[in-house]
Design a protein around this ligand. Structure first.
Ligand code: SF4
Length: 274
């Protein structure tokens, strides 16, 4: 069996930047998970003393606080500015952008609609920059439950697929008088998705490596599973199963934007050994 890697996979610019910032701030406290990869977070805890909290009230003047790649809500950031000794803002610039758009469009009187998962920290953060009438839709059907205004600004969660974003945009055109569409899907996500799509078409087994709580990893898996029936999502080499690879001739491999190279290499070695 041969193994083929996707043309674009793994760590994105935003995650690399966040890890670099965390490595340069030993013993700092991260608000929420810095990136959606448990193993990499464990490495940062072990080697750099980086700690994690979900409670901003725990931050004291003596602490340096790291804001995760997905950002935090506007109120949380204001609170951190007032309480933390220092702030290391690892919010990915691709996430800061929709936050700014949400704020600016609200100020211009547009109702902000975010295409995304309402429970995702990035979406909660972006929502906090918009006016109260802002809403979140995970698909066109969700629009039915929203009291839509005549002027709407549509923004996407950075890790969504462009095809699904298009569906929401098309559905909105019929439901409002004026629609402004901001494509805030980040290039890293898009490139990884397209490369996975191409690879999944030609292989007979596809392995996606990444955190099971990572939105972009889950998107890669969904794309792969559509085109290759034998697609598997694993967090690391330990989850790989020898029997998956029996009678297969070409194995495609891709990885989410928060999957470090060392986890990918471990998985590749295990597949090679099978
Ligand atoms: S996937 Fe995109 S938005 Fe998310 S951290 Fe990476 S570069 Fe930033």
């Amino acid at each position: 069996m041969k193994i083929k890697l996707a043309d674009s996979y793994g760590f994105c610019f935003g995650v690399k930047r966040a890890i670099r910032l965390a490595e340069g701030a030993p013993n700092a406290i991260v608000i929420g998970e810095l990136i959606h990869n448990r193993r990499e977070i464990e490495r940062l805890e072990k080697n750099f003393g980086v700690r994690l909290t979900n409670n901003i009230d725990e931050i004291a003047k003596s602490d340096a606080a790291i804001i995760r790649t997905h950002g935090v809500e506007k109120e949380a950031k204001a609170k951190l500015l007032a309480t933390a000794g220092a702030i290391i803002d690892a919010t990915c610039p691709y996430v800061t952008k929709p936050q700014k758009i949400a704020e600016a469009m609200s100020a211009e009187g547009y109702q902000v609609v975010i295409f995304g998962d309402r429970t995702h920290p990035e979406v909660k953060g972006v929502l906090s920059y918009a006016d109260k009438n802002a809403a979140v839709a995970a698909n066109p059907a969700d629009l039915e439950d929203i009291d839509l205004a005549d002027r709407i600004a549509l923004i996407s969660q950075t890790t969504k697929s462009i095809a699904s974003f298009n569906e929401v945009a098309v559905a909105l055109i019929a439901k409002t008088k004026e629609l402004r569409v901001f494509n805030t899907i980040c290039n890293a996500t898009y490139d990884n998705q397209e490369a996975t799509r191409e690879l999944a078409k030609e292989v007979d087994i596809m392995v996606i490596i990444g955190g099971k709580n990572s939105s972009n990893t889950k998107q890669l898996y969904a794309i792969a599973a559509e085109l290759c029936a034998d697609s598997f999502l694993v967090e690391d080499a330990v989850e790989l199963r020898r029997e998956w690879f029996k009678n297969k001739s070409l194995c495609g491999v891709s990885a989410g934007a928060s999957t470090p190279d060392w986890i990918i290499e471990e998985a590749l070695k295990t597949i090679e050994a099978f």
